[in-house]
Ligand binder design. Structure first.
Ligand SMILES: [Zn+2]
Length: 220
């Protein structure tokens, strides 16, 4: 079984809350980078640890998201498991509250350990969406998941044509590749010219697109 590479180049600056099997201490700031076949935790210039997705068993995202009143972490009751609760953790979290109003907790479980991180840059739901590709990679390397999906196709084989069955099995074994968004075309809402979907401005009429502008390129 070939592992689907992950194209996400998402990089998150997190604070270590605790864990086991990782060489980072609580309250240390780490850059968590999701690369093609692995993720990397980096602290400073010299200290880093790389874990392959094949070693990654679970990613869990939890937390209250935006907290309107600062502080108030009293060593538990904020949705992460008991192993990392305690006075030291509450101290770290309360200190983080002065820097960040968003509290998102990220747990990475690997073959050799687990690490619990705090991320203040995105709400839990937004981070879950940003990490979609990582979750897809995780599902696709799960042999139990693949077997269950295959068993479903096999159980419905009688109700479909051979061609359809072969198509669905081939898509399960080797997912279709998707054209990157950067290659899609759109139409300028101002001059109706066909332009790349992700254009910041129209090359023909110079209309502006993106955040804070009234126009947006219409997908075609
Ligand atoms: Zn235009």
């Amino acid at each position: 079984m070939q592992q689907a590479p992950c194209d996400s180049s998402l990089s998150l600056t997190c604070t270590v809350l605790g864990g086991f099997g990782f060489d980072f201490s609580p309250n240390e700031t780490v850059d968590l980078k999701f690369k093609q076949e692995s993720f990397e935790l980096r602290s400073g210039e010299l200290h880093h640890q790389e874990i392959y997705y094949l070693e990654l068993e679970e990613v869990e995202i939890a937390g209250p998201g935006t907290v309107t009143k600062g502080g108030g972490f009293i060593g538990g009751g904020f949705g992460i498991d008991g192993a990392i609760q305690g006075i030291a953790l509450a101290t770290i979290l309360n200190a983080l509250t002065t820097k960040s109003k968003v509290h998102t907790f990220l747990k990475l479980v690997t073959n050799s350990g687990e690490i619990h991180l705090h991320y203040g840059g995105m709400e839990p739901a937004a981070l879950r969406i940003a990490l979609s590709e990582v979750f897809v990679v995780l599902r696709r390397q799960d042999l139990g998941w693949l077997a269950a999906r295959r068993a479903l196709l096999d159980s419905k084989k009688d109700g479909m044509s051979n061609e359809q069955y072969e198509l669905l099995v081939s898509r399960l074994l080797k997912p279709p590749t998707h054209r990157p968004l950067s290659e899609r075309q759109g139409r300028c809402p101002s001059c109706d010219e066909s332009i790349p979907l992700l254009s910041p401005t129209c090359p023909k009429c110079h209309a502006q697109f993106g955040a804070g502008t009234a126009w947006s390129v219409k997908p075609i």
